[in-house]
Design a protein around this ligand. Sequence first.
Ligand SMILES: *[C@@H]1O[C@H](CO)[C@@H](O)[C@H](O)[C@H]1NC(C)=O
Ligand SMILES: [Zn+2]
Length: 535
Amino acid sequence: MSDGIKMNGRTRSKRFWIILVSVIIGVPVFVILVLLMVILIKAAVISTPQCNIGILNNANTAGVADDNILARAERLAGALRIETVSYDANNQNKSEFVVLRNYLETSFPLIHASDFVERHIVNDYSLLYKVSGSEPGKLPYLLTSHMDVVPAPPANWKYPPFGGNIVDGEIWGRGAIDDKGGVMAIMEALEYWLSQGARPKRTFYIGFGHDEEIGGHRGAFHIAIKLKSLGVNKLDFVMDEGLFITDKILPGVSKRAALIGVSEKGYLDLKLEVTGKLQHASYPPNESPIGILGRAVGKIEQRKQPVYFGTGPEADTFHYVASSTDYGIRIFYANMWIFGSLMASFMVKDPLQSTVVRTSTGLTMFNSGIKDNIIPEVATALVNHRVHPGQTIEQVIQEDRISISDGKVKISVESRIDPHPVSPFGPDALVFQTISTSVYQTYDNIVVAPCVFIAATDTVHYLEFSNKVYRFFPTKVTPDDVSRYHGDNERIAIEDYKLMVDFYFRFMQNSDLVFDLAPDDEQPVLTRSQNEDEL
Ligand SMILES: *[C@@H]1O[C@H](CO)[C@@H](O)[C@H](O)[C@H]1NC(C)=O
Ligand SMILES: [Zn+2]
């Protein structure tokens, strides 16, 4: 009996240990298995969010007819021959903009003769076209591009940058993809529409600034003022240049991806200043302004701004393209909630990808010194940050303060633009889906995704008109093409340019198609100023 009891006790304690050990091992194994299952299932079922707007899903909007491709290519080439270069703020040959304006006039006779299209010359060189729709009552929208280009030193160009050559099916010249291609394609689309005897239902504006590459202060800024003087205080949406149709740029994505910029990084110039005492170099202080400042900028550059990957729309970029990747990569793209920081740690190693995951830090200017044997009194430096939409400008400055950790370095703001608000996207976002539909109608084997635009556009001058601002340049760009932006050998294939015109034509028509769903224009009609005009 007693033996039996002993045995029983031993069995019981044995059982206890077995249970304990299986719990210690089993629970984590179970959790890991469940987690693994969730990760694999998520990757298996993830899909690109689809459009919920029936009228767009059923749309069968036509592109332009093919018969005039070469004439259109030739017209773009002609525009590329006009040297509308922005060298810097006070250095543009303004006559060239007049040449381009006249060129648009002769190239697009129907637009310029139309009873319902008005052209306004804004601040002498920018252009604003008003296309009055046949049906009032809806908020108008704005399409924009810019007429100026960055300089193009010709040394490494295969064909002259302002030659406007068409070779082997490609149109060569500065501005082909940034951004005269946009100017000309928008005009071609409208001209074609008018040639069919059509009149848009919705009123819209077309704005072409003449100084986007140097800030838009003389162009887009004044177009915004002009809009207000025409009684337009609100726009349904703004669509400007931006990212493009990436081809083999997003890792693992088998389709082309049309990236629609729904936000734009902010811009911050900080001035760092250290003041000391003017002293002879033969008895230098322990710490000079140059030494202190040099250490400070070194620390800012080395520590960098924190990673904000996944707090902005870039996480959605991966969600939208995930179903166009192999299952292996999809496991990562579909599970940003767990792999986001791992992906970020890879992305920060690549300078270009790094710009997507955090606020960038560029040391741009460093000034000090007056003579070789004098310790100067002051040293200053400029730091240029492009601010991630997940961060505020105040947070960026605070991070720099922490990096520097030195009260002797005075930080002041030289210029700032907050990150742009994130424009609506997703299945029910009318404008985003109008853009997407126009892309899907125009291009095969493609996926549309929202993204953050890392450079700057003229849209900053239009933000007050609408919370729906999109940045998209509807043409294909391969890794090889990226360096042509502001670089050598800029060009566009005739076939791609044709698709751009198709896209804009479809986009204008689709914007009419959703007329009933578009927001109403509740602004009072400006009868008084009309009377004043008559007087
Ligand atoms: C400015 O542009 C006009 C018009 O094309 C041209 O005639 C003139 O030579 C240009 N001026 C300079 C300084 O390049
Ligand atoms: Zn541009």
